[in-house]
Write a protein that binds this ligand. Sequence first.
Ligand code: KE4
Length: 428
Amino acid sequence: MTGKSSQLFAEAKQYIPGGVNSPVRAFKSVNMDPLFISKAQGSKIYDADGKEYIDYVASWGPLILGHARPEVVEAVTEAAAKGTSYGAPTESEIKLARMITEIYPSINKIRMVNSGTEATMSAVRLARGFTGRDKFIKFDGCYHGHSDGFLIKAGSGALTLSIPGNPGVTSGTASDTLVAQYNDLDSVEELIDANSGKVAAVIVEPVAGNAGVIPPADGFLEGLRKITEENGIILIFDEVITGFRVALGGAQELYGIKPDMTCLGKIIGGGLPVGAYGGRADIMDMIAPDGPVYQAGTLSGNPLAMAAGIATLTILKEENPYPKIDKLAADLSEGITACTAKHEGISVQQNRVGSMMCRFFTGKPVVDLASAMKSDTELFAKYFKAMLEEGIYMAPSQFEAGFVSTAHTEDDIKKTVHAHHKSLEKIG
Ligand code: KE4
């Protein structure tokens, strides 16, 4: 089924660990060789054999406008013709920073970096520098990139591959990472009480997108805001996925919560490597060169990446595609639910926030990591393969999110529901 891709995978493994440059791409948990992609356009992606798929991975979130959106390609091409990097400030960095601060009232100042990992790593370092405290709280199953302190009970690939979080992470580092349970405010209170005066930050995915999709329970985010304010703790929203995804102003707009700091990535780079962290000016002003907390990057604010981000955010502001893509995602979700009901013995739980979604193979609602972990990952692996054979390219993991873009059509949704029906027939 994956002719040329399998050949390429064998060759890749001679030079690249696991044959991939990021573990989740290896299709390990779905027991098959990964597809190597040759090109993509709109909602479609094409493998090395030229086979077409409807794409719901969207490069793990960035491509809210679909693949090769002409305005984005043009902006990057134009920027490239003027040179690819200068290692010096450019006007485009001001433009992107201003666009984001105008849309996110909680962000007075923002620093560009090259990945979500850099954004969250820097945000926690800054929170430590600002508060003079060492520890931070994350949530079991949430993923904030691969810097050492976050690889404790991380989500995404670490969860998918059941990789224990600690090899290579020192006990000293690990001891400063405290792990609470998502949607469980008591678990946060307990950690704060047990580490009084020592917690610099709470970092949270305001919609968990790395254990599949788990929405915040009513009152969860409000409770986090209250607890952190009462204890002088910096509340960091990791909106690398949700920023410009669940609303133009991200989850903080959707749920009406004002964090102290926000991490962004994915969509703000339009598919090029960009991350960013920003927040209250009094905190951000502690970052070098004005402040003592150091963070740097050769390619931070790269002009091509800025051009892609500006083009992407400009379209999102002008088109306001959210009602359309949220409706398409809702139609997909409803179609899948209605179709599954016709298949005895197979239960699927669909979690969705806006155009980010996930279908769990389990009979009970998925409201936290524990309930997500009850999913039948073996059945998911069979389903994934069947959907691929039907021409649907999903995230190769039960514990990832799927995304609808502005390039998806009602016809794509109909085809996907039909593919779901055919796949359930195969695996049932
Ligand atoms: P990157 O360093 O991968 O750009 O971003 C890390 C990150 C931070 N925060 C959140 C909420 C994230 O979801 C991510 C990265 N997401 C995963 C997929 N869920 C990236 C895919 C991969 O690792 O290849």
